[in-house]
Write a protein that binds this ligand. Structure first.
Ligand SMILES: [Zn+2]
Length: 548
C-alpha cells in the first residue's frame, strides 16, 4: 500500500475535479455479514476446491518468512533486495514447472526507472548558509538544476495572482527574473477570502500561480508558505529519498520556472532592512488600490542546485496459465512485491505490506501449476502479476497497464491483494479476524460485486467490510494500490485489504506478527473468486464508469 503522502499532489488534482461535479457517485460502504444459513461448498472432488485447498497456512508461513527475510532487506525497487525477491519468485515458479508467458524468454517485464535526487542544494546570502529541509525546501522532481549563480534582483509579487481585485503582476516586468510570493491569497478577515468575498477560497492554487509565472517567463519562484513546518514535513520524504519516474528521463528538463519554498526568516534576509520597509509601503498601496508599484529586493543570493540521476531496471513478474477454452479472455490477479527497503541499517520488512499478497500469489501459482498438470485449468486464461514500484507511486502497475502482454479489451478483471495478514484497530477491538475490506468491486461491474458476495457465502464466510469503498473515504485507499491503474483502463478491479496497523510502513512489519490462518482464509477466498471469474460461462459485464 502506497503511503498517503505520495498521492498528495495527485489527490489535489482529483479533489478539484470532484468539487466541480455535483453528482458524487454512491458506492456501497456498509458491511456485509456472511449468510450463515448458506450451504458451504467443500466437496474436494470439485477442482476449484481441490486446488484451493492446497493454499495452506504452513506454506504461506514458509514463503512469507523468505519474502520478508533479512536477505530481501525490505525489497525496495532499485535495490538488491528487490532483485533477490524477483529471483526468489522466479525460482519458485520454475520449481513448479510454470513456463514464462508466450513470447517471453523469462517471467520478467523490465521497466526503466529514473531515480533523481539532489546532489548539491546551496543557498547562501553573503557568508550565511541556509539548509534544505530547514530554511527552505526544493524538490528534485519539480526543479531543474541551477548552475552556480548569484541573484541580485528579487521581485516581490504579493501572492503571485493576477485577477480582478488582485493584480500582482500589473506594471511589473519579470521575464527571466526571480519572484518572491506568498502562498495562499488575501483575506478580508479571519474567514472571508478577498477574491471570492466568501468563506471559500478562489481557484488560485499554487499550481495555477506557477502556470501564470511560467507564461510570464519567470525563471525562479520563491514561495513563502503559510506554514513552513507543515510544508517541510509534507515534502521531507521527497527530498530524502529519490524521486522515481517511469521511463528514462535522465537529463529531461522541467518546462517552467523552478520553485523553492523558503521560510519567512530567509525571506526577510533576502529583503534586507530597506526591503522590509518597502514591503510595508506596498501593503498600504495594495490595501488602497488592489495593486502596488514594483518592489525589488537586491540581495547577494548565491544558488547552486545539482542533481544525481541514475537509471534502474525494475521488473514486474508474470506467470501465465492458458485457459482450456476462452483463450481471448484473461483474469489478472495482482500483488506488489516491493516494499520500502532500509533506512540506514534498519530493515523495513514489509511482511504484511505486501509480503502477504506476494505469498498469496505464489500459492496461487503452485495451485494453478498442479491444475495445469492435471489438465484441469478453468476456461479463461489467468495471469498472475507481481508488480514492482508500488511504493514509489504505483509504477509497476502503471507500466503494465500501458504495456500489457494481454490486450486491455481481453482483460476481464483485476483481483488485487495488498496487505491481508493483520488486523486494524477496529477489528482488534471486536476481536474479529475473519474480515476483509473490499474496495472497488461495485465501481465498474455489478457482476463482480455480486459474484464476490456469492463466493463469500458459498466458500469463505468472511465479513466483507466496504467502509473504504466509500467515495468520501478520507484515506482514499481506492487510489492507493495497483488495481487503480487497471480500473483507469476500464477493467473491473476488486481490491482486498485488511487495514492499516501500528506497524504499517514501520520496521515492525515482520512475518512473526502475521495471522496465517486469516491469510489462508482470505487467500482461498480470492482463489475461489478468481476461479469463478475465469470459469463462469459469461464474462462479467462492465456497467459502471470510473468517476474522475
Ligand atoms: Zn506500502
Amino acid at each position: 500500500m502506497m503511503a498517503n503522502q505520495s498521492i498528495k499532489n495527485f489527490i489535489a488534482v482529483c479533489l478539484l475535479i470532484f468539487t466541480g461535479s455535483s453528482l458524487q457517485a454512491q458506492y456501497v460502504s456498509d458491511i456485509t455479514y456472511p449468510d450463515k444459513s448458506a450451504k458451504i461448498i467443500s466437496d474436494a472432488s470439485l477442482p476449484n476446491v481441490k486446488y484451493g485447498n492446497t493454499i495452506t497456512t504452513e506454506d504461506m508461513k514458509k514463503q512469507l518468512f523468505e519474502i520478508a527475510s533479512d536477505r530481501m532487506a525490505g525489497r525496495e525497487t532499485g535495490y538488491e533486495g528487490n532483485v533477490l525477491a524477483g529471483e526468489y519468485i522466479k525460482s519458485q515458479l520454475q520449481s513448479w514447472g510454470v513456463k514464462p508467458p508466450k513470447g517471453m524468454n523469462d517471467y520478467f517485464q523490465p521497466i526503466a526507472l529514473t531515480y533523481t535526487s539532489w546532489d548539491k542544494t546551496i543557498v547562501k546570502l553573503g557568508e550565511k548558509v541556509y539548509r534544505n529541509l530547514w530554511d527552505f525546501v526544493a524538490l528534485p522532481g519539480k526543479n531543474n538544476e541551477i548552475l552556480a549563480q548569484t541573484i541580485n534582483e528579487v521581485h516581490f509579487l504579493g501572492y503571485g495572482i493576477q485577477d480582478k481585485g488582485q493584480k500582482d503582476y500589473s506594471g511589473k516586468k519579470v521575464k527571466g527574473k526571480t519572484i518572491l510570493i506568498n502562498e495562499g491569497e488575501p483575506m478580508l478577515n479571519d474567514s472571508v477570502y478577498a477574491l471570492t468575498g466568501t468563506t471559500k477560497p478562489s481557484d488560485w492554487t499554487l499550481d495555477k500561480k506557477i502556470e501564470l509565472a511560467k507564461k510570464k517567463g519567470v525563471s525562479l519562484i520563491l514561495v513563502v508558505p503559510t506554514d513552513i513546518k507543515a510544508t517541510l514535513n509534507d515534502n521531507r520524504r521527497f527530498v530524502l529519498s529519490p524521486m522515481v519516474e517511469l521511463e528514462n528521463s535522465v537529463g529531461k528538463k522541467i518546462d517552467g520556472p523552478n520553485v523553492i519554498y523558503i521560510s519567512s526568516g530567509l525571506a526577510r534576509d533576502i529583503m534586507g532592512e530597506s526591503g522590509v520597509a518597502g514591503l510595508e509601503k506596498a501593503r498600504t498601496e495594495m490595501a488602497a488600490k488592489g495593486k502596488f508599484k514594483k518592489l525589488v529586493f537586491t540581495p547577494v543570493l548565491q544558488l547552486e542546485f545539482t542533481k544525481n540521476q541514475r537509471l534502474i531496471e525494475g521488473r514486474n513478474i508474470l506467470a501465465f496459465f492458458e485457459g482450456s477454452k476462452k483463450k481471448n479472455e484473461t483474469v489478472i490477479v495482482s500483488a506488489h512485491y516491493d516494499h520500502i527497503g532500509k533506512r540506514g541499517d534498519v530493515i523495513y520488512y514489509g511482511a504484511d505490506d505486501n509480503g502477504t499478497g506476494t505469498t498469496t500469489l505464489l500459492e496461487f501459482a503452485e495451485a494453478l501449476a498442479k491444475a495445469q498438470k492435471d489438465n484441469a485449468l478453468p476456461e479463461r486464461n489467468i495471469l498472475l502479476l507481481w508488480m514492482t514500484g508500488e511504493e514509489k507511486g504505483l509504477l509497476g502497475s502503471q507500466y503494465y497497464a500501458e504495456h500489457p502482454i494481454i490486450p486491455i479489451d481481453q482483460t476481464v478483471v483485476d483481483v488485487n491483494i495488498d496487505m491481508i495478514g493483520r488486523q486494524d484497530d477496529k477489528y482488534e477491538k471486536k476481536n474479529e479476524k475473519y474480515y476483509i475490506y473490499t474496495i472497488g468491486s461495485d465501481r465498474l461491474s455489478t457482476d463482480l460485486h455480486k459474484i464476490n458476495e456469492d463466493i463469500n457465502n458459498k466458500y469463505s464466510q468472511l465479513i466483507l467490510d466496504y467502509t473504504f469503498n466509500s467515495e468520501s473515504d478520507p484515506n482514499r485507499f481506492y487510489y492507493r494500490s495497483d488495481h487503480y491503474n487497471f480500473a483507469k483502463k476500464g477493467i473491473p478491479a476488486i481490491f482486498f485489504f485488511s487495514g492499516v496497523h501500528k506497524d504499517y510502513h514501520q520496521p515492525g512489519d515482520t512475518p512473526d506478527k502475521i495471522m496465517y490462518d486469516k491469510m489462508e482464509r482470505i487467500g482461498r477466498h480470492a482463489f475461489q473468486l478468481m476461479w469463478e471469474l475465469a470459469n463462469r460461462p459469461e464474462r462479467i459485464k462492465v456497467d459502471g464508469e470510473l468517476k474522475p
